[in-house]
Design a protein around this ligand. Structure first.
Ligand SMILES: *Cc1c(COP(=O)(O)O)cnc(C)c1O
Length: 428
């Protein structure tokens, strides 16, 4: 038995499923989790001393690669000054100014501790601002695990949401309406029916929790006009895309300005951080200035701020990094397509910047329904093969491949070679 296997057996006794977040379980690919001991650059090292090229990047935060000197040093020196004060700090002002400076639609921002908190709070503000209750979300978009947003929406457009989890009272999701991603008509239909009751449309501007599904041209613009026409707020969940597609996120990439934005992942540089912000007039509703209550004992934590500020400062100072990263990632994703083409397997490779996904289907993947057409059995075999050869992919068809600044041409090229072998072996 490997050390990872032994740790997993131990973990199963005291942690539900042996993991602290379901996405870390390897059940959907018929394997068991690797227990990671350390990471450096593009590599992860497990408890058995295996080295992996990491395409998860802690699910997004590690855009500069693991163990970046400038990030580590700031975090360590902040540790020495104190782990938490529960009081205002200069770092929080610096962070807020950085975010407002990088993302033009954000004029005021509030720090929280996770992406879940960020989206949940942004929705509360949208409801407080509009005095309305209903929200529209899209099937296949994930916005954290708060009650009202745990709706997969198998029920289709225009029906009240059915909770996706035990323990969520149906009352918590009755105001969550579901629409189909990339389908403006499904959103228009809802607005026509009850537009006066819609507080917000919340959307991942690039959907990255059903694999990767880019917005079709006109989709985000259409959401913007519908929200403006009906007096609803447009909320971008940029927990993955924020500071990844560019310094100004998906909203800069697609030139569509939301009213409110939720951040997470990259903004913390690997520490537990989230944030939500937007138009001043809207954010002025947040307590203690306004009547929308939201608080946090560890919000704006000095160590977390130090790591996040260091990472954002580096990204802001080097716009050319995004060009380089996105260009390299694009060639990598095209390389994956070329391999599948050669092997004659049905496939779709969707990508935007350094986010991408390989689906085993002949059908274009534009929403949750088409994403589900992928052959997940084949994905599981491919993913296990890759893992055995030292390529660490998210152990689920419906997660993104994250490329970081630490993935050199050489590392990406080596990955493609291994991928060709694995896909050749599983495609038989
Ligand atoms: C990860 C994620 C969240 C939740 O963030 P946590 O920090 O895990 O709570 C919300 N929205 C999107 C788009 C995400 O990818």
């Amino acid at each position: 038995m490997t050390k990872s296997e032994a740790l997993y057996q131990e973990a199963l006794q005291v942690i539900p499923g042996g993991v602290n977040s379901p996405v870390r379980a390897f059940g959907s690919i018929g394997a068991t989790p690797k227990f990671i001991r350390s990471a450096q650059g593009a590599y992860l090292y497990d408890e058995d001393g295996m080295q992996y090229i990491d395409y998860v990047g802690s699910w997004g935060p590690m855009i500069l690669g693991h163990g970046r000197q400038e990030v580590l040093e700031q975090a360590i020196s902040a540790c020495r000054r104190g782990l938490s004060f529960g009081a205002a700090t200069a770092a929080e002002v610096e962070m807020a100014e950085l975010v407002c400076g990088m993302v033009p639609s954000v004029e005021m921002v509030r720090m929280v501790n996770s992406g879940t908190e960020a989206v949940m709070s942004a929705i509360r503000v949208a409801r407080g601002y509009t005095g309305r209750n209903k929200i529209i979300k899209f099937s296949g978009c994930y916005h954290g695990h708060s009650d009202g947003l745990l709706v997969k929406a198998g029920s289709g457009a225009m029906t009240a949401g059915v909770p996706d989890s035990l323990g969520v009272p149906s009352g918590c999701t009755q105001d969550t309406l579901s629409a189909a991603y990339n389908d403006l008509e499904s959103v228009e239909g809802i607005f026509r029916m009850c537009g006066e009751e819609i507080a917000a449309v919340v959307v991942e501007p690039v959907a990255a929790n059903m694999g990767v599904v880019p917005p079709v041209p006109g989709f985000l613009e259409g959401l913007r006009s519908l929200c403006s026409a009906y007096g609803a707020l447009l909320v971008f969940d940029e927990v993955i895309t924020g500071f990844r597609l560019g310094a100004d996120g998906a909203q800069g990439y697609y030139h569509v300005a939301p009213d409110l934005t939720a951040f997470g992942k990259i903004i913390g540089g690997g520490m537990p951080v989230g944030a939500y912000g937007g138009r001043r007039e809207v954010m002025e509703l947040v307590a203690p200035l306004g009547g929308v209550y939201q608080a946090g004992t560890l919000s704006g934590n000095p160590v977390a701020m130090a790591a996040g500020i260091a990472q954002l400062t580096a990204l802001k100072a080097h716009p050319e990094w995004y060009q380089q990263l996105n260009g390299q990632a694009e060639r990598f994703f095209q390389g994956i397509g070329a391999i599948l083409q050669k092997l004659g397997l049905p496939y779709q490779v969707n990508y935007v910047g350094s986010l991408g996904c390989l689906y085993f289907t002949g059908q274009a993947v534009t929403d949750y329904e088409s994403a589900k057409s992928s052959d997940t059995g084949l994905f599981a075999r491919y993913c296990r093969e890759m893992m055995e050869r030292g390529i660490y992919l998210a152990p689920s068809q419906f997660e993104a491949i994250f490329v970081s600044m630490a993935h050199t041409e050489e590392i990406l090229g080596r990955t493609l070679e291994l991928m060709e072998k694995c896909l050749g072996a599983c495609g038989q």
